[in-house]
Design a binder for this molecule. Structure first.
Ligand code: 8YV
Length: 331
């Protein structure tokens, strides 16, 4: 019997689908170290990865049964794709509309939450402070969006959806990407800008690029200090795209007005981290992707990718399609 490992629980419908073709095991703990992961994965033909597991060359080389690492998500920075390809292991993602929409919605939620101080206001009501001081609303003077500039770093499938939503709020949208997206510029009414221009001229900056060796630390001290003093940074991509120490420094010194983050350099972020103590931040626990709709669609897609490979077929969403020449289940 084929064996499929889920590194965390996923939508039950997908588990049922997988049970039709394989034995399904859900890991009872996060597999964050190479050794932990290796010890478990060696007994499986397929893994559905939630994204925190280090699928390094060493792990993949020691997983001789493994045919596919199916990401439950679109980022695959936790997988050494070159090593997987050389070893004949498929790597897939779940590029479903529901996921892109969920992340774009969350980026806008973070923008509204920080500009309208929703989290602070919520505590104010719950802690009885409104009742104590009914006229003390100075704290909650927000920032209007109409006419302000939103800079999107990375106009991919998520970035484009953020732009689409932002236009509805009357924001001017500029973007930077490694390539110009002329069609999107026309369709969405957004303007391409050089990276430094975007940093200097945006009131709000959203980071929506994948984590690669090129984007690691893309927003560092230099970039943070180029931003407007009243700028707000929003990150829904990967924590490592922003230099965490530099960000804390900029927020503490008042050089940057605020940050709304769904992703962190270390996850879960320890409550002792300085960023957690800063009042000018809004922090969510890597949930931008998480709606009922997206978790089902992602899990089903990951399961479909796994089933195809277990059946000796090509998966739907391979990151490394060249692997097909020497995929393990073809040998
Ligand atoms: C994932 C994500 O769903 O898509 C990604 O890469 O970061 C999230 O949307 C998360 O890794 C849980 O699977």
């Amino acid at each position: 019997m084929r064996r499929v490992l889920l590194t965390a629980p996923i939508h039950q419908d997908a588990v049922e689908l997988l049970r039709g073709v394989a034995e399904v095991v859900v890991s009872d703990k996060p597999l964050r170290s190479e050794d932990e992961l290796m010890n478990v994965v060696k007994d499986f033909d397929a893994v559905i990865s939630m994204g925190v597991e280090p699928f390094t060359k060493r792990v993949l080389e020691n997983s001789s049964r493994l045919l596919i690492v199916a990401r439950h998500g679109v980022g695959y920075d936790n997988i050494d794709v070159d090593a997987a390809t050389r070893l004949g292991i498929w790597v897939t993602i779940t590029p479903v509309e529901e996921l892109f929409d969920a992340v774009a919605d969350h980026a806008i939620a973070l923008l509204l939450c920080i500009t309208r101080k929703i989290c602070t206001a919520d505590s104010f009501v719950r802690l009885g402070k409104w009742f104590e001081k009914p006229f003390d609303k100075q704290l909650f003077i927000g920032i209007g969006l109409r006419g302000k500039t939103l800079g999107i770093v990375g106009l991919g499938r998520i970035g484009a959806r953020i732009a689409e939503r932002a236009k509805g709020f009357g924001l001017k949208v500029i973007y930077y990407d490694i390539e110009r997206k002329i069609e999107l510029e026309k369709r969405l009414g957004v303007e391409f800008s050089q990276f430094d221009y975007l940093l200097k001229n945006s009131d709000f900056i959203v980071v929506s690029v994948p984590l690669t060796e090129k984007t690691r630390g893309l927003i560092g001290e230099r970039e943070l200090y180029m931003m407007k003093q009243n700028a707000i940074l929003i990150n829904i991509s990967r924590g490592a795209v922003v230099d965490h120490k530099a960000l804390v420094k900029a927020l503490k010194s008042g050089r940057l007005a605020g940050a709304a983050l769904d992703v962190f350099h270390v996850e879960p972020i320890p409550p002792t981290d300085e960023i957690v103590k800063l009042p000018n931040t809004v922090l969510t626990p890597h949930i931008a992707w998480l709606t009922e709709e997206s978790r089902r669609a992602m899990a089903m897609r990951a399961a479909e990718n796994v089933i195809k490979v277990l059946n000796g077929e090509e998966p739907l969403d391979a990151i490394n399609p060249t692997v097909k020449e020497f995929a393990r289940n073809k040998r």
